[in-house]
Design a protein around this ligand. Structure first.
Ligand code: SAM
Length: 329
């Protein structure tokens, strides 16, 4: 039976974190002092768990972290996942989210292994600013090479995700519009959420969708593109049809009512929402000898209690029990 929560939402999209280690220390994500906090599982164990999820109706699998490209054996793991078929017999929509630092050499092997798409995180298109945000020197050149290698390998459309922070990089909005048009990538702006290790978030720091649209329209008039109901991004192109911009606005325009996502952390815990206050321990069940049927029944029971929505910005909002880098974005 397919996964469906008590609010009637079908769950078709699984994010799997394969490590919470990261080689970047983005100022809005990490303190810069913490390393990995949680264990990684062997790939064979993730594979067993993903197979169970896929039998329950998962159609999209996105590998993330931490930084997923840090895991040795990733290409082989992708080739194992690419062999799985959905409940309807189709291929999985298989994607990776990465900071792109190691992507230039891995894009072609990942594509050959069966990866469909890649999303690269970039918060500036200018090397000095990029280094200030990531706290890594010379990252920009590597990431740009990774984006270009992904396009050459056919991992298209290449999506570039940018988190905007007021006072830090909101002047990059128009530069990113140019980047989308020149590099042939989809640029997606994501509103900053209270999911950082440190205490950086406040409503004032969030650059909202309305502001982003305003800035883009001063560059060139935007035209809205159609999107699917469960798609998180509002999509736009410019008046001449060149370039594509997405805006993901979980803070100012929440889309929880259409959420189809569930997450598996690197240590094998299920999270039903980025803002969940607790995890559901699937790995311990597996290591205690649970059968696939028992784990499937457990997954159903967990999905059933998925939160209706997040409460960002509301009085009494409680920060989730893990930050983004330790959940898997
Ligand atoms: N290391 C990979 C990467 O950089 O894409 C995957 C993990 S990273 C946590 C996934 C995404 O989450 C990145 O695009 C990052 O910018 C985004 N992110 C991290 N903290 C965030 C926050 N507080 N609000 C919104 N997005 C955030």
């Amino acid at each position: 039976m397919r996964l469906r929560d008590k609010h009637g939402r079908f769950i078709t999209d699984l994010r799997v974190s394969i490590t919470d280690r990261c080689n970047y220390k983005c100022v809005y994500c990490r303190t810069g002092n913490e390393g990995a906090l949680y264990a990684d599982l062997p790939f064979a164990d993730y594979l067993r768990l993903v197979k169970i999820f896929v039998q329950l109706g998962i159609e999209k699998v996105r590998l993330t972290g931490g930084e997923p490209l840090l895991r040795n054996g990733l290409v082989n793991f992708v080739s194992e996942l690419a062999r799985l078929r959905t409940a309807d017999g189709a291929q999985l929509d298989l994607a990776v989210t990465t900071n792109g630092h190691l992507l230039a050499d891995l894009a072609a092997p990942l594509k050959a292994a069966g990866l469909r798409r890649v999303t690269v995180s970039m918060d500036a298109v200018e090397p000095v600013r990029f280094a200030r945000i990531t706290r890594v020197a010379n990252g920009f050149e590597n990431v740009l090479a990774g984006v270009r290698a992904s396009r050459r390998a056919g991992l298209e459309p290449v999506k570039v995700n940018c988190v905007l922070l007021r006072g830090f990089n909101e002047d990059q909005i128009v530069e990113f519009a140019r980047f989308s048009r020149e590099e042939g990538v989809v640029v997606r702006f994501i509103e900053f959420m209270p999911l950082e290790e440190d205490r950086v978030w406040s409503p004032e720091v969030v650059v909202t969708m309305d502001e982003i649209l305003q800035a883009l329209n001063t560059f060139r008039p935007l035209r809205e593109l159609p999107n699917g109901l469960s798609e998180t991004a509002r999509r736009y192109t410019f008046d001449d049809g060149i370039g594509e911009i997405g805006i993901i606005a979980p803070v100012s325009h929440p889309f929880c009512g259409h959420c189809s996502r569930i997450r598996l952390t690197s240590d094998g815990k299920i999270r039903t929402c980025l803002f969940s206050l607790f995890d559901h321990d699937l790995a311990t069940r597996m290591y205690s000898g649970a059968t696939d049927d028992e784990m499937a029944a457990y997954i159903h029971s967990v999905v059933n209690v998925k939160e209706a929505r997040h409460h960002i910005g509301e009085p009494g909002f409680v920060k989730p029990s893990r930050s983004m880098v330790h959940i898997g974005g």
